[in-house]
Design a protein around this ligand. Structure first.
Ligand code: ZN
Length: 165
């Protein structure tokens, strides 16, 4: 396993649409392993492959609703259902030091494949629903800053979410 470099705003790859994963091979497994390690090291809650310069539809995130927290691998993820709306403070590992209010669903369901290609569904509330949305948007080349309604001072941020910390 190896730590990958996290790209920051201004890098072209962050604005591109990622391609679907077709091969569930050793190369994908290595990418997932590296992304897990990179996310753990970053202190964030989610990481999408384009953030490490790989334009593939791959995400790792921490399900903080589980006790203990669980690292989840999502290949070709899609938000298929969502409910509610709430304004939450959000940040991003690719936009360090920037936080703002974004309206996100209070609950969301995602459909994705695991590292072997098996489809599954997973539900998330609060920060996890927020993370599902934030990360899948990265796969389409979107950053949360496009959705910020109001920026907040870093010093006022108590529990930043999105994928930043
Ligand atoms: Zn992000």
């Amino acid at each position: 396993m190896a730590l990958r470099n996290i790209l920051t705003q201004g890098e072209e790859q962050l604005l591109k649409r990622s391609r679907k994963v077709e091969k569930f091979d050793a190369r994908l497994h290595m990418l997932l392993d590296d992304m897990r390690e990179t996310l753990e090291h970053s202190g964030g809650v989610g990481l999408a492959a384009p953030q490490v310069g790989v334009l593939r539809r791959v995400v790792v995130l921490l399900d903080v609703n589980k006790e203990p927290e669980e690292m989840v691998e999502l290949v070709n993820p899609e938000v298929i259902e969502q409910r509610g709306a709430e304004r939450r403070v959000e940040g991003c590992l690719s936009v360090p030091g920037v936080y703002g209010y974004v309206t996100r669903p209070t609950w969301a369901k995602i459909r994705a494949q695991d590292r072997n290609g098996n489809w599954f569904e997973r539900e998330g509330e609060g920060m996890v629903a927020q993370c599902f949305c934030h990360e899948t948007e990265h796969l389409d080349g979107h950053l949360f800053t496009e959705k910020v309604e109001e920026y907040v001072d870093v010093d006022d941020v108590q529990d930043g979410a999105g994928d930043g910390e």
